[in-house]
Design a binder for this molecule. Structure first.
Ligand SMILES: [Zn+2]
Ligand SMILES: [Zn+2]
Length: 442
């Protein structure tokens, strides 16, 4: 069927607006929007009908009547009026139920809501009722429509284009700052602010602070006597110390800390710090001054935690960070033995642990949250210095993921070799620090 013939038979059966008519042929032509495309077809049909009507063909005036009513087309109505004919009423579009006429209102509502946010990119998402989509599917098969575009696309492109023109912000498909969810059939607009990611490194300069909020297991964070009504096991965490100024500055709702591994609560994290990404949910402001924020965080954290090299990141950074958990680490640990240890033994210990493979079964203390299996981890170098007859300082450069405390105690034989067994004495780790994290090559 010819394009115009098809359009004519559609209009003959159903009321259809310019947008919806044009959309049935959206893949034909170039640089036209659907409304214009529909308008062009109705214009040509009106001219055709006018020509027929002028020579007294009944078909001509019938078609003009169809265009004026089912097509809601003013030109056809005017031609009929000029010919002294009665003109029927415009009819509401069978497909969109007149919703495309509401576009300007939906756009201005979207723009108004977006004004509360600071963003560079957005994407429009459309929610349609099932019955509307089903109706359009039936329509398409009835008229063997082959070059159409879905109603959802029609709405999202038109609304996106208008918002972009008014706000001068860009439409972005992959990682938009804002998603504008429009429900044309109930005149609703909702906004979703995608998370903001800030990456950096942190140093933990004191012991006794967990990396992230550690909720009280007794009350499940509701607050009880056990946790002094805080709902938490520790009053502060690295995450909270970093996130407080960030939340304040961005107006976000909450944060999640993603880090390349974690040190124990009682271990410090020194050197160049541990890489992290903090995810700020529902931020209102994105273009924050990270230099000023670094200062604010470091001031507020009062020498407990220090952040460095803050920069904007994205979801991919989090993925790479998790992969980077295999980076090697340098630890320093003070070890106390239950008896005097001769120099000779310490020298042998140093030699044995350098370039050694440690077979480590999941430590008893983390067994409740980690699968029970054996890991092999490599120690590149161990350096030992005696501090007292029964006390030594050990520096270990090893593969990430080696549990240091268990390397010392032996964890009831679950870590092999281990310091206690090699020395032949009970060994207790005292102070543990991560001195540095060394990213994997490449
Ligand atoms: Zn329509
Ligand atoms: Zn509690």
């Amino acid at each position: 069927m010819e394009i115009l013939e098809k359009a004519r038979s559609m209009l003959g059966k159903y009321p259809i607006c310019d947008h919806c008519l044009g959309r049935q042929f959206a893949l034909l032509g170039y640089g036209l929007d659907d409304k214009k495309r529909g308008d062009v077809m109705k214009t040509l049909l009106t001219m055709e009908a006018n020509k027929l009507a002028l020579v007294g063909e009944k078909d001509g005036s019938l078609l003009l009547e169809t265009l004026a009513t089912n097509g809601s087309f003013d030109m056809a109505a005017k031609v009929l009026a000029k010919m002294g004919r009665m003109v029927g009423k415009k009819r509401r579009c069978h497909l969109c139920e007149g919703r495309f006429d509401q576009l300007p209102a939906l756009v201005s509502r979207s723009v108004e809501k977006l004004e509360d946010y600071d963003y560079a990119t957005f994407l429009v998402g459309i929610n349609l009722p099932n019955r509307v989509e089903e109706k359009e599917d039936e329509f398409k098969s009835e008229f063997e429509v082959e070059h159409s575009e879905g109603m959802r696309n029609g709405f999202s492109r038109e609304i996106g284009k208008e918002i972009s023109r008014i706000t001068e912000k860009m439409v972005e498909y992959k990682t938009p700052d804002m998603v504008v969810i429009v429900i044309p059939f109930s005149d609703e607009v909702a906004l979703q602010a995608n998370p903001l990611y800030v990456a950096g490194r942190y140093r933990k300069l004191v012991r006794g602070i967990p990396q992230s909020r550690w909720f009280c297991p007794k009350c499940r964070s509701k607050g009880c006597v056990e946790c002094n009504w805080t709902g938490k096991m520790y009053p502060e965490s690295v995450e909270e110390l970093i996130s407080a100024p960030l939340l304040e500055e961005t107006g976000g709702e909450e944060t999640t800390l993603h880090a390349a591994g974690r040190e124990d609560v009682d271990a410090r994290m020194l050197g160049r710090g541990r890489p992290f990404v903090i995810e700020i949910k529902k931020p209102r402001k994105r273009l924050v001054d990270l230099k000023a924020l670094t200062k604010a965080i470091n001031k507020q954290a009062e020498k407990k935690v220090k952040v460095l090299s803050l920069h904007f990141a994205d979801k991919d950074t989090v993925r790479r960070l998790k992969k980077g958990e295999g980076a090697s680490k340098i630890y320093r640990v003070i070890v106390e033995f239950n008896r005097v240890v001769p120099d000779e033994k310490l020298r042998i210990l140093e030699q044995t642990l350098t370039n050694a493979i440690i077979r480590q079964q999941t430590p008893l203390r983390v067994l409740h949250r980690r699968a029970n299996r054996i890991r092999e981890k490599y120690i590149y170098e161990a350096k030992i210095e005696r501090l007292k007859p029964n006390r030594m300082e050990m520096r270990i450069h090893c593969q990430g993921g080696l549990y240091i405390k268990e390397l010392i105690t032996g964890d009831k034989g679950r870590t092999d070799p281990n310091v206690a067994a090699l020395i032949g004495a009970k060994a207790q780790p005292m102070n543990l620090d991560v001195l540095n994290i060394i990213p994997r090559e490449g």
